[in-house]
Design a protein. Structure first.
Length: 249
């Protein structure tokens, strides 16, 4: 089904969708292949145990494998620094829109993208298995602007101020999958320091909102492999990225 967007969607957003969609489709194909590989590996391990032992030990092995793969005990956190020639104002508008650059893998392949009436977020409708499974990802964005680059609550530990340049805006992105917490991003946008490449520096912190099982690790690795290409198609270069899983406490 083709992606459908609201008539209020900006031409810039449409251009970004067109640029990112081929990359997102390649990511989606790779992600599905990895998901099937994980499922087949678990099934293969169970069949191997069944061939080498009796039914009860094989069932025990299968149960252990299923719990190990699906049990949610990991959280994903980290930071990414992006550089772009776009102005801080344009970057702030993009991250506060219905299609934030960091969520390209979600909105670029959605069946429908619906911006909110106030322009602070949107919803992505997805279907799979020939329409047998549908889900909706809703995002809400909140912008805190400092046009003069004077953030009154600047934190010395904030990576956006590590070279003495205060952010001109901060954007918070909160996502909910079918009403349940999905993920969040804290974004700091600032002018590049004198002599630094690019016009704008964007620091993105991934905030944990849910736990994952081991089956999500290969999928995350696939997303990381395509991440630089997805943001590059939107005019951003990855200067630094440190995102990983950690055992949830």
């Amino acid at each position: 089904m083709p992606l459908v967007s609201s008539p209020s969607t900006s031409p810039d957003a449409d251009a970004r969708r067109s640029a990112v969609r081929p990359i997102a489709k390649r990511y989606r194909r790779a992600e599905r292949a990895v998901s099937w590989l994980v499922a087949l590996s678990v099934a293969g391990a169970f069949l191997a145990a069944f061939a080498l032992a009796d039914l009860l030990p094989a069932l025990a092995v299968g149960a252990v494998l299923l719990v190990a793969v699906r049990a949610p005990f990991l959280r994903r956190r980290g930071t990414t620094r992006l550089l772009t020639d776009a102005s801080p104002e344009a970057v702030t508008e993009a991250f506060a829109s219905a299609t934030p650059p960091v969520l390209a893998f979600q909105w670029a392949v959605a069946d429908e993208v619906r911006p909110t009436s106030d322009g602070a977020g949107g919803a992505y409708e997805h279907s799979s298995l020939v329409g047998l499974r549908t889900y909706s990802l809703e995002i809400a964005t909140e912008t805190e602007a400092h046009p003069d680059g004077n953030a009154t609550d600047a934190d010395p530990a904030d990576p956006a101020s590590d070279d003495g340049v205060a952010p001109v805006a901060r954007v918070r992105i909160e996502g909910a999958l079918d009403g349940a917490p999905w993920g969040a991003y804290a974004v700091s946008i600032r002018d590049a320091a004198d002599g630094a490449p690019g016009e704008t520096v964007v620091d993105v912190e991934l905030l944990s909102r849910r736990r994952f099982g081991l089956r999500s690790v290969p999928q995350a690795l696939v997303a990381d492999a395509y991440y630089a290409d997805a943001v590059a198609a939107q005019g951003y270069a990855v200067a630094d990225r440190d995102v990983s899983f950690a055992v949830s406490r």
